[in-house]
Design a binder for this molecule. Structure first.
Ligand SMILES: Nc1ncnc2c1ncn2[C@@H]1O[C@H](COP(=O)(O)OP(=O)(O)O)[C@@H](O)[C@H]1O
Ligand SMILES: [Mg+2]
Length: 405
């Protein structure tokens, strides 16, 4: 099995997927714009070959370069699990005659209006929405849909350029700020908690699934710097209050005709118990969410994905032992990390329930929290009981502090 894998070295989770592929017996040919020497050790070790392309955003050029580099060598799968690589992978599949998602099948997983149109047609609950590519179209959509509204890019990620709008004044304030976005989705604002429904499928069947809970809602995570955002993989994914979301997720995959690979859906749970579709990608969630899936069940989801993609099975048994959370930390102040306080006492208080921490070391330049959810580092915690997991995660939020200056 020869697998062409787009971007083995970046973002930082990618080497683990490459490792998973190699462990299931695949020969992995990496494709990326980094020099081979700059690839992380785990990726380099797992790759059989590597094709460096000059620019990954010129799709036709990449297709041509790949064809030339491959010579006559056969490729059985083309995979990418990174949102900006989804369409490129589909283009490569078509060009090389490899089975898997086509461009046409990929678009509804990329384009937030297209995906909602498909789902609406299938009778699934999505926010009322409209596509707009000019200020007058945004105003017209706002008039039709009514406040409060969300305005966001149709091909967005990480809540960038996403705004809640409560009235005409807000709208006039936000319009100049989103002028650089070519196409916007204008949507009814859905109030509620936000969850994921993540799956690994093969042959159109769900072989593994996960539900994570975002605390607080991602839009707030992105607006409030003092918040330590949490993603929490839940142990009781069969709980009654989550059932509408699971049902919505299963129907969404059917409506989109998804067959094989990872999916990541986000959905809203309203106070009245209704589940409303948010968005879906044909890829795993980022920001270390696959690690919390692993911590929740003590399995290797990276390898599980690879096995599903290459061999059409998911052979690890899934026993959900824990709720597992990641808590992202943002330093106070600007510049370099000066000191980190509270980690030792958290270890002391919660012992084995703190299962990992990767914080920027003292002396490192702090990251731009608006650009990366990973912020200045993170802590993994897990516990069987949900309330206790929330308590520990919140303690990491308040009692662990990083200071920059
Ligand atoms: N229709 C909506 N109603 C309420 N909140 C929304 C809506 N659309 C987006 N949001 C908020 O903005 C965040 C980012 O939007 P999303 O569609 O998930 O885009 P992305 O994660 O790709 O940036 C969501 O997690 C949610 O907090
Ligand atoms: Mg999202």
């Amino acid at each position: 099995m020869n697998v062409l894998f787009f971007s083995p070295g970046f973002p930082s989770e990618m080497p683990n997927f490459v490792r998973g592929l190699a462990e299931t017996g695949a020969r992995v040919i990496g494709l990326g714009d980094q020099p081979a020497g700059a690839l992380p050790e785990v990726a380099r070790h797992a790759l059989t070959n590597y094709i460096q392309v000059s620019s990954m955003f010129d799709e036709q050029a990449v297709v041509d370069e790949v064809r030339r580099e491959l010579g006559g060598h056969r490729i059985d799968r083309v995979e990418s699990v990174w949102e900006p690589g989804m369409l490129l992978a589909a283009r490569l599949r078509e060009a090389l005659g490899v089975p898997g998602m086509t461009v046409e099948q990929t678009v509804p997983f990329r384009d937030k209006t297209a995906m909602k149109n498909v789902l609406q047609k299938a009778g699934l609950r999505t926010p009322h929405h409209a596509r707009a590519s000019s200020e007058s179209e945004v105003r017209a959509a706002a008039e039709r849909i009514g406040y409060p509204l969300i305005v966001k890019p149709v091909a967005g990620a990480g809540s960038a350029d996403t705004h809640r709008i409560d009235g005409d004044d807000d709208l006039e304030r936000v319009l100049p700020a989103v002028r650089h976005v070519p196409e916007l989705s204008v949507e009814e604002f859905i109030d509620g908690e936000e969850f994921t429904f993540d799956t690994i499928c093969h042959g159109g069947e769900i072989a593994y699934h996960n539900i994570s809970w975002y605390r607080p809602r991602p839009l707030l995570q992105r607006q409030l710097e003092w918040v330590s955002p949490q993603t929490m993989a839940l142990r009781r994914v069969d709980a009654d209050y989550l059932k509408p979301g699971v049902e919505l997720g299963v129907k969404t995959l059917k409506a989109l005709g998804f067959r094989t690979g990872f999916t990541h859906m986000e959905w809203f749970l309203k106070e009245d118990g209704e589940a409303v579709f948010g968005e879906i990608g044909a890829r795993p969630p980022g920001a270390r969410s696959v690690d919390i899936m692993n911590y929740a069940c003590d399995i290797d989801v990276f390898r599980g994905w690879a096995e599903a993609v290459c061999h059409g099975r998911f052979s690890q048994s899934v026993e959900r032992r824990y709720n597992a959370a990641i808590i992202f930390k943002r330093a106070q102040g600007e510049g370099r990390i000066q000191r980190i306080e509270g980690l030792r006492s958290l270890h002391h208080r919660f012992g084995p329930h703190i299962v990992g921490a990767e914080l920027l070391p003292v002396g490192a330049q702090r990251r731009n929290w608006k650009q990366t959810l990973l912020s200045d580092g993170w802590v993994f915690v897990r516990h069987r009981d949900l309330q206790t997991t929330m308590h520990i995660a919140d303690a990491v939020g308040t009692d662990l502090q990083m200071y920059a200056g």
